[in-house]
Design a protein around this ligand. Structure first.
Ligand SMILES: [Zn+2]
Length: 494
C-alpha cells in the first residue's frame, strides 16, 4: 500500500513539475520583435490640421443602404473632391483611378518595381443612422464637430478614420521628401458595409489582373482595446490573420399540401422544423487549432498562472480549454462553423397545409472547412431527401487562407503597433476575424493579408462602431496617422 502511494505521489509530482516547466516557457514575454519601424524617429504631424481634415470628411453622408436603396452618389463625388483639395501632395504625386464608379484606387510608384508591393485598404461608406436613435447623438451624426478632444460623427471609427489617416500619413511623408522603395496601392471602397461587391472586389480583381502579388495587405478588422478576455487586463492589440467564410443555405421542404383537417404523415412545416432542430442539435465540431490556437498561445504569457498553465499544457488540457472557451458565444464562434437559422416562411392560411416551407440558415465557416463541405454536412445531418439544400445567392465566400505570423509583414505590423502609443507596449495577438471585411476579396489570391484598425480604442468605443455617438479622440486619431507613417517607412526595410 505504502509503495503504491509513493508511486502515485511520484507520478503526480512528475506531472506537476512537467506542467510547471512548460508553464515557465510561457512566462517569458513573446520573442522580441524586430523594431525596424520603431527605430525611425517619428515625423512631425500637423495635429490640428489632421483633426480638421478628418472632421471635414465626416460631413459627407456617404451612407450605404442595407435595404438596397440607391446611394447618394453626390456625397461620394463631393468627398472625392474634398480629398483632392485637402491632400494636394498625394494628388499630385500618386496616380488615382476611379473603380466601380465611386471607389478610389491610388498608386504610389516605388523606386524598386522588382519588389512586391504593399496594399493599404479602407472604405469611405458608412452605415445609416436609425431615425429613432438620432435624439441620442450628442452631436448630429454628420456634424463632424471637433469638441472636448474628439472628432464626432458616423465614420470616425469605421472607417473614414482609416482612409483619412492613410492620406494624412502619405501627405506627411511626401512633405518630408519620402519616396517608398515598394509600390504602395491604396484601395478605398464605397460599398464595404453592403458587401464590397462593386468596390473592393473590382479593385482586387484589377490589381490581380495586373499581376500584383502584395507582400502585405492591411485592412480594418482588429483593433487595440482593453478587457478583451478575462484575465487579460492590459490594453491589447489584436490583428486579424484570417477571416471566416460565409454562406447562407436555403432549405426547401416539400410535402403534399391539402386541407388541414386530414394531414398526411409528412407536412412541409413539420419536416422543416425537424431539419432545423437536427442542425441545432448537431453543431459543427469545435476545433482548438489554426488561428484560434495561435491566439490562445499568444495570450498565454499575459494571463494569470493557472490559466497560463492550462494553455502551456494543451497536450493534456486541450478539451478542457476548448470547452471553457466555448462557454461563451465568442469563444465558441472562434472554434467552429456557426449555425444560425435567420429566416423562415411557409403557409398562407390557418387551415391549409402548405406544399412547401422554407428556411434560411446562415453559416460562418471556420478555416479548414468550405462552402461545399458545409453544404454536404448539412444535407447529411438533415437526412431528408425531400428537403432541398441550396445556396441562397452568390454572396458565399470560403474562409480566407491563414496569414503567417512569422512573415515579415506581420512582424512589421506588430512592431509598428508596439511603438504606436508612447510609453505603452501592448501585447500583439493574432486572431480569426468573424465578420467580413473588404479584405475577403484577397482570400483566393494572397496569404499576406492582415486586418487591424490602428486606433487605440477606449472603454465603450467598440459599442460606438455602427452605434450611437461614434467619435474618435483626436489623440487616438493621431496615433493612427503615426502608425501609417511608421508602417510605410518600415516597408522599405522589410
Ligand atoms: Zn468598416
Amino acid at each position: 500500500m505504502k509503495k503504491l502511494l509513493l508511486a502515485l505521489f511520484a507520478a503526480v509530482t512528475g506531472l506537476l513539475s512537467t506542467m510547471a516547466v512548460r508553464t515557465t516557457r510561457y512566462s517569458v514575454p513573446q520573442i522580441a520583435l524586430p523594431s525596424t519601424s520603431a527605430s525611425l524617429a517619428p515625423l512631425p504631424i500637423d495635429t490640428a490640421g489632421a483633426a480638421t481634415r478628418l472632421a471635414g470628411a465626416i460631413r459627407f453622408p456617404t451612407v450605404s443602404m442595407a435595404s438596397g436603396a440607391p446611394i447618394d452618389t453626390a456625397a461620394f463625388n463631393d468627398l472625392r473632391g474634398y480629398l483632392e483639395q485637402n491632400f494636394p501632395l498625394v494628388h499630385s504625386t500618386l496616380a488615382r483611378e476611379i473603380v466601380g464608379g465611386l471607389s478610389l484606387l491610388y498608386t504610389w510608384q516605388g523606386s524598386d518595381t522588382s519588389l512586391p508591393p504593399v496594399v493599404l485598404m479602407g472604405h469611405m461608406d458608412v452605415v445609416p443612422v436609425p431615425e429613432p436613435n438620432l435624439k441620442q447623438w450628442e452631436h448630429t451624426p454628420f456634424s463632424g464637430d471637433v469638441a472636448d478632444g474628439f472628432v464626432w460623427g458616423r465614420g470616425t471609427l469605421d472607417d473614414k478614420s482609416t482612409v483619412l489617416s492613410i492620406l494624412e500619413s502619405i501627405e506627411t511623408l511626401l512633405k518630408a521628401g519620402h519616396k517608398p522603395k515598394r509600390t504602395i496601392y491604396l484601395t478605398f471602397g464605397h460599398d464595404e458595409e453592403v458587401g464590397g461587391r462593386y468596390g473592393a472586389r473590382l479593385m482586387v480583381d484589377h490589381l490581380v489582373a495586373k499581376g500584383v502579388k502584395p507582400v502585405l495587405v492591411l485592412d480594418e478588422g482588429g483593433f487595440m482595446g482593453s478587457g478583451l478576455m478575462p484575465g487579460l487586463e492590459q490594453r491589447t492589440a489584436i490583428v486579424g490573420i484570417a477571416e471566416k467564410g460565409y454562406v447562407s443555405l436555403k432549405l426547401t421542404s416539400r410535402a403534399s399540401g391539402g386541407h388541414s383537417s386530414m394531414p398526411g404523415p409528412r407536412t412541409a412545416i413539420g419536416a422543416l422544423s425537424r431539419a432545423l432542430a437536427a442542425l441545432e442539435a448537431n453543431p459543427f465540431p469545435y476545433k482548438l487549432e489554426g488561428p484560434t490556437l495561435g491566439m490562445v498561445e499568444s495570450i498565454a504569457p499575459y494571463l494569470p498562472y493557472v490559466q497560463r498553465m492550462m494553455i502551456a499544457n494543451l497536450w493534456m488540457t486541450r478539451p478542457l480549454v476548448s470547452q471553457s472557451l466555448a462557454a461563451n458565444p465568442l469563444g465558441a464562434a472562434l472554434q467552429h462553423t456557426t449555425t444560425s437559422p435567420t429566416m423562415l416562411s411557409g403557409g398562407i392560411k390557418d387551415n391549409v397545409l402548405p406544399p412547401e416551407a422554407t428556411a434560411v440558415v446562415n453559416f460562418r465557416i471556420i478555416s479548414g472547412e468550405t462552402i461545399a463541405s458545409v453544404r454536404e454536412r448539412v444535407t447529411r445531418v438533415i437526412a431528408d431527401t425531400l428537403i432541398d439544400v441550396a445556396l441562397l445567392d452568390s454572396v458565399g465566400v470560403d474562409p480566407s487562407p491563414v496569414s503567417s505570423t512569422s512573415s515579415p509583414a506581420y512582424q512589421l505590423i506588430a512592431s509598428t503597433i508596439r511603438s504606436m502609443v508612447p510609453g505603452e507596449v501592448p501585447p500583439v495577438i493574432p486572431y480569426l476575424v468573424m465578420g467580413g471585411t473588404d479584405a475577403k476579396f484577397w482570400g483566393p489570391h494572397s496569404d499576406k493579408v492582415f486586418r487591424f484598425l490602428p486606433i487605440p480604442l477606449g472603454d465603450g468605443d467598440r459599442d460606438r462602431v455602427h452605434g450611437v455617438n461614434e467619435r474618435v479622440a483626436v489623440r487616438d486619431y493621431l496615433s493612427a496617422v503615426g502608425f501609417f507613417v511608421q508602417l510605410i517607412r518600415g516597408t522599405d526595410t522589410m
